[in-house]
Design a protein around this ligand. Structure first.
Ligand SMILES: Nc1ncnc2c1ncn2[C@@H]1O[C@H](COP(=O)(O)OS(=O)(=O)O)[C@@H](OP(=O)(O)O)[C@H]1O
Length: 378
């Protein structure tokens, strides 16, 4: 049987169509397999899922300054400008040991070698004038500054009473640069009556700091202290009123600071728990006025300085009523302390003076015994 031309043709055509269809299906599969992102329902679904959402893409733009969230306030105290290890930071238990090992003379900062050009550095003080307020502490410091081997902080650092938490780097930054072999000093008279000061100063250099105390008749010292306060507060009650709890009975107001500071023996007892007697030099405030060269020569010896300051450096200014001094660098020009040193004291009733002398006598006697010297106030 001859196949009908029409049916034969359509069978051939069907075969061709089938082959083309298969080729098309195969080709599409290969393309989808090789490029998954190219299309298809699954690829489109994946694209929708991973596409960044409109809000997210907006958040990436920086906010204008005024819309930015506020930073919480810093509550930590400010650290010293140069970080020091926690162990050597004042105020920590371990700092006492660490700081004592890092005393000025033994710390790495002093490790100059002979081949190096001598470098000036700021150092912690090796000697401190710790008191007493109104004793003549400024005069002693300025006199010692005449010595070429003494470098001293100009103003009172108050490190061991008010600023201890600021750390040693802060304290050191207040000291003038010095060469190796020069002595760094400061004076803060309130240290002598500050409870924490002895332990803190001991911790700084393992008790090797030299301590100078300028002492003055406690009654005159109290009047000087009162005069200073009165210059700032003119309405201050009279000295006699502040000195006695009961004037007629002569009961002394021992809580008044101006009198309390003068009980030297009481304060010194605290210091002697931390320092041996030989760590101290007691300078007479009275002799510092009448014979400055002698008191300064004691101080030079105590500090291990060459005896360079002498009588030649001083000149008694009769107008001021106090010695003034000559600085080497200013070609013999005289320098006197400022107006706040050597103020006119008010007249105090003689009975009040006598009662206060009597009150201080046992404290003075005890003090003379402790230091091994009679200052002649009684
Ligand atoms: N050379 C010289 N020039 C001026 N004043 C001198 C001098 N030497 C000792 N003094 C006495 O020093 C007293 C002030 O003591 P301080 O310097 O320790 O005072 S302070 O604690 O620093 O405020 C100050 O006390 P007042 O006289 O009461 O003002 C002086 O008596």
């Amino acid at each position: 049987m001859t196949p009908r031309p029409g049916s034969l043709c359509s069978q051939t055509t069907r075969r061709k169509l089938l082959a083309m269809f298969l080729a098309l299906v195969l080709g599409t599969s290969i393309v989808l397999y090789a490029y998954p992102g190219a299309g298809g329902p699954a690829a489109y679904a994946a694209y929708l899922y991973t596409r960044p959402r409109p809000t997210e893409s907006r958040r990436k733009k920086p906010l204008p300054q005024h819309q930015q969230p506020q930073q919480p306030p810093r509550t930590e105290p400010r650290r010293p400008s140069v970080e020091i290890p926690a162990a050597s930071r004042p105020g920590t238990q371990s700092s006492v040991i660490a700081a004592s090992r890092a005393g000025p003379a033994r710390s790495g900062e002093d490790a100059d070698t002979e081949s190096e050009i001598p470098a000036e550095r700021r150092r912690l003080p090796q000697a401190i004038i710790i008191g007493v307020k109104k004793g003549g502490t400024r005069a002693l410091l300025e006199f010692l500054r005449l010595h070429p081997d003494v470098r001293a902080a100009g103003s009172e650092p108050h490190f061991f009473d008010r600023n201890y938490q600021r750390g040693y780097d802060w304290y050191r930054s207040l000291m003038p640069p010095s060469l190796k072999g020069q002595l760094t000093m400061e004076k803060t008279p309130s240290y002598f009556v500050t409870r924490e000061a002895p332990a803190r100063i001991r911790a700084m250099a393992d008790g090797n700091t030299k301590l100078l105390v300028v002492v003055r008749d406690p009654v005159t010292r109290a009047i000087s202290d009162y005069t200073q306060t009165q210059s700032k507060r003119p309405g201050l009650p009279a000295f006699e009123e502040l000195s006695f709890r009961n004037v007629s009975a002569g009961i002394v107001e021992t809580h008044w600071n101006a009198l309390r500071i003068g009980m030297y023996a009481e304060h010194l007892q605290r210091w002697l728990r931390y320092f041996s007697r030989k760590q101290f030099l007691f300078v007479s405030g009275e002799r510092l006025v009448t014979d400055p060269a002698v008191e300064v020569s004691h101080a030079q010896r105590f500090l291990g300085l060459r005896p360079l300051i002498s009588e030649e450096n001083f000149y008694f200014n009769t107008t001021k009523g106090f010695p003034c001094f000559k600085k080497a660098e200013s070609q013999g020009q005289l320098h006197c302390l400022g107006k706040s040193k050597g103020r006119q004291h008010p007249n105090i009733q003689p009975e009040a003076l006598a009662r206060l002398q009597e009150f201080f006598q046992p404290f003075n006697r005890k003090f003379y015994q402790m230091v091994g010297h009679d200052f002649g106030w009684d």
